[in-house]
Design a protein around this ligand. Sequence first.
Ligand SMILES: Nc1nc2c(ncn2[C@@H]2O[C@H](COP(=O)(O)OP(=O)(O)OP(=O)(O)O)[C@@H](O)[C@H]2O)c(=O)[nH]1
Ligand SMILES: [Mg+2]
Length: 321
Amino acid sequence: MFIDELTLNISAGKGGDGIVSWMHEKGIDHAGPGGGDGGNGGNVYLKGVSDIGRLSEYRFVKEFLAEDGQNGLSDRMHGRSGKDLTIELPVGSVLTNTETGSVVEVLNTEPIFFLKGGRGGFGNDHFKSSRNQRPKEFTQGKLGEGGEFFIELKLVVDLGFVGLPNAGKSSLLNSITKAKAKIGNYQFTTLTPNLGDLYGFILADIPGLIEGASEGKGLGHKFLRHISRTKALLHCISCENEDPKQVYETIRKELGEYDRTLLDKEEIILLTKADVVDEETLKRYKTIFKDTHTHIYSISIIDDNSLKTFTDSLVKILRNL
Ligand SMILES: Nc1nc2c(ncn2[C@@H]2O[C@H](COP(=O)(O)OP(=O)(O)OP(=O)(O)O)[C@@H](O)[C@H]2O)c(=O)[nH]1
Ligand SMILES: [Mg+2]
């Protein structure tokens, strides 16, 4: 089950309490204060991983807690600090503190310091001074930082495939990358995003959109968040459609209703399934976009030349973005 949003309670560890105790030296009772300080609570780090399914592993996890610091010990020994906790999240995760609204984004695999553990309290030994040889004071450990976090995955990808269901998006992804997306001669074969790597560029094939997706029709538009970070969109329009422009407008309308900024992205027009029409028709389809687009291509997954021409151009376009 693919999960791209989740709410979790996450807290750094509490600091251990300082304690009150007395040194016991041979023959002398109450030789002086001996209560050690508490250890600091463990910190929480976030680490991005390239596994886009990682959030589903946390489906039944309600909270993540770093270890608390140990209380102070006698004989002036300090408590051990709590172990740090590292939470792995898919690259592209955005965490929002539901109370404060503060946002942290996990954009790469470098560990991010996220929540600070509470400081350990002071034992009575800490309060010893020339004027106070027998302090009875101590302080408690502080709570670690923490809260409730809404985690939303917005994939970090270079190019998003958009189009009607059955346009051949997944077939294309499988043909030009090592992806193994499910293909089917019916609508909504793709139920969750698929990623592929083309010379280091990450391509995302998302479920097909239909008219009314923004009102929840079909699979709705919830997967569009995954192309919100891309610089470019690949409009996949099947040559089976007699009016490619209308298909293009339908998809644009749904994109715009979800998020107007999606309309400002660089667009590449790709007429798919070119083998189902004759050359003249294909030419006519391409001409429709001439005035509005510079990048217009056609492919057929059974024509290796068309795939090669397209991928060569695509890599150039992506390099220049
Ligand atoms: N003739 C022909 N058929 C194709 C081509 N590319 C894909 N198809 C067929 O079109 C159908 C749909 O392909 P998919 O790749 O599953 O389409 P999709 O756009 O991913 O569809 P959804 O996941 O439902 O959005 C399958 O039966 C494919 O075999 C092509 O270049 N030529
Ligand atoms: Mg598909």
